[in-house]
Design a protein around this ligand. Structure first.
Ligand code: ATP
Ligand code: MG
Length: 395
């Protein structure tokens, strides 16, 4: 019966959504199929009885497949399993063989059976299933003992109609919600550590993503821009292929440098970024902006600076990292694979005109006075006119 490797995939929160359950599960299955297909042939993904079953050719390395599957948002856990016809004798034999296999690979002495039955018409109740299967295992694996308190192995038995499942691990996924189930946001994506993490976190909650990136070519190099595209393609593994809008903000920086106080450069540029991002968002059906700002991290992210930045746009701005420490942001970056790319030393548009002493407590009235010296609308139109759009594919 087990000519394929079988994996049980559990939906996380998606399973809690009442009437939407089927919809969320379908979206998850779709994402799972798409992601698996990138790397593997001969894998079947099927929804059944509130679970998702993945059947893969034996030639596919299970760990590799699990690694790929766990990049799909909405998955609570994954269990490599074996199946047996739903008859207590068959289940017992299969469980004993399953434990024999484990004993050949690892040194285990004790186990505990944890049984449940989704099929309430099954003639035995859960505790009886556990006792009976336990007896089969003890008979088949002479050196094993039962330990109900601290077993080396929990042997899970999931009895269902026709076919039952035996497994020992629940490998946690990222959780979250399936991609595409929660609107669409425009992330302001730099080449730094934070914004890719912010993007990933919003996508984890089911949000579809587009990105806008600002550069100051020729002050920033072609290589710096390529780095951002490479970074984006790492995040695209999780949040699917997406569009990135690339805007040269240099004319705005030059206008500010010519007409406004030097110490206001950063905050003024950030307000322009928000305005431009809002326009690009509206043109592309995005209802929110997303940034990688974190309270107090740098001068442009003090409470006052964030308030003044926020004032430039009417769109809701999601700042998923706002209350996170840098070390925690960095550990997510490492986990999702963006960190190494982010720390490659390429210049960013914000560093090109970095003031020596940026204002840390900007006042909105004063900032607006400075903006009064600029042709805000004209400048935005100018840079928008030269905007490029690139498709980012998963790496
Ligand atoms: P990051 O690591 O994301 O670059 P940061 O700590 O360097 O963030 P800032 O440079 O103050 O912080 O930028 C704050 C946020 O503004 C970024 O997280 C990003 O969302 C946005 N941002 C900054 N620079 C750019 C850029 N060149 N293009 C697009 N968005 C940008
Ligand atoms: Mg940055």
């Amino acid at each position: 019966m087990n000519e394929k490797n079988i994996f049980i995939v559990r939906c996380g929160e998606a399973a809690l959504k009442g009437q939407n359950k089927a919809y969320f599960e379908k979206m998850l299955v779709e994402r799972l199929r798409k992601l698996i297909k990138r790397r593997f042939d001969d894998v079947e993904v099927r929804r059944q009885g509130g679970l998702i079953f993945v059947r893969a050719d034996k030639a596919i390395e299970p760990d590799e497949l699990i690694k790929e599957m766990s990049k799909v948002f909405g998955i609570a856990s994954i269990s490599p399993a074996v199946e047996a016809a739903s008859d207590i004798g068959t289940i017992g034999e299969a469980a004993a063989n399953y434990m024999k296999d484990i004993m050949e690979k690892t040194d285990i002495r004790t186990f505990k059976v944890d049984a449940k039955r989704a099929d309430k018409t099954f003639p035995l109740k859960s505790p009886e299933i556990a006792r009976t299967v336990g007896a089969y295992v003890l008979k088949g694996c002479k050196t094993l003992k039962v330990d109900v308190h601290e077993p080396d192995v929990y042997l899970f038995i999931d009895v269902r109609e026709k076919v039952s499942y035996i497994y020992r691990q629940k490998i946690p996924g990222f959780g979250g919600l399936p991609l595409g189930t929660n609107g669409k946001g425009m992330v302001l994506l730099s080449g730094g550590i934070d914004s890719p993490v912010a993007m990933w976190m919003m996508a984890k909650r089911g949000m579809s993503i587009e990105a806008v990136h600002f550069h100051s070519f020729p002050y920033t190099s072609q290589r710096a821009r390529e780095k951002v595209e490479e970074l984006a393609s790492i995040v695209a593994v999780y949040c699917s292929r997406f569009r990135m809008h690339v805007v040269n903000i240099l004319p705005i920086q030059e206008a500010i440098a010519a007409d406004c106080p030097e110490d206001e450069m950063t905050i003024l540029v950030r307000r322009f970024m928000m305005r431009i991002a809002e326009r690009v968002a509206k043109e592309n059906g995005c209802g929110m902006l997303i940034t990688g700002e974190s309270l107090g991290q740098v001068a442009s992210q003090t409470a006052e600076a964030i308030t003044v930045t926020d004032e430039a746009t009417d769109m809701p701005v999601m700042r998923p990292l706002i209350a996170m420490d840098k070390v925690d942001i960095m550990s997510i970056a490492k986990e999702i694979g963006t960190f190494e790319k982010s720390i490659e030393p390429y210049e960013d548009c914000c560093t090109v005109f970095l003031p020596k002493h940026p204002v840390t407590k900007p006042k909105i009235e004063k900032i607006k006075r400075s903006e009064g010296k600029l042709d805000v609308e004209g400048l935005i139109e100018k840079v928008m006119g030269d905007k490029e759009t690139v498709d980012i594919f998963p790496k």
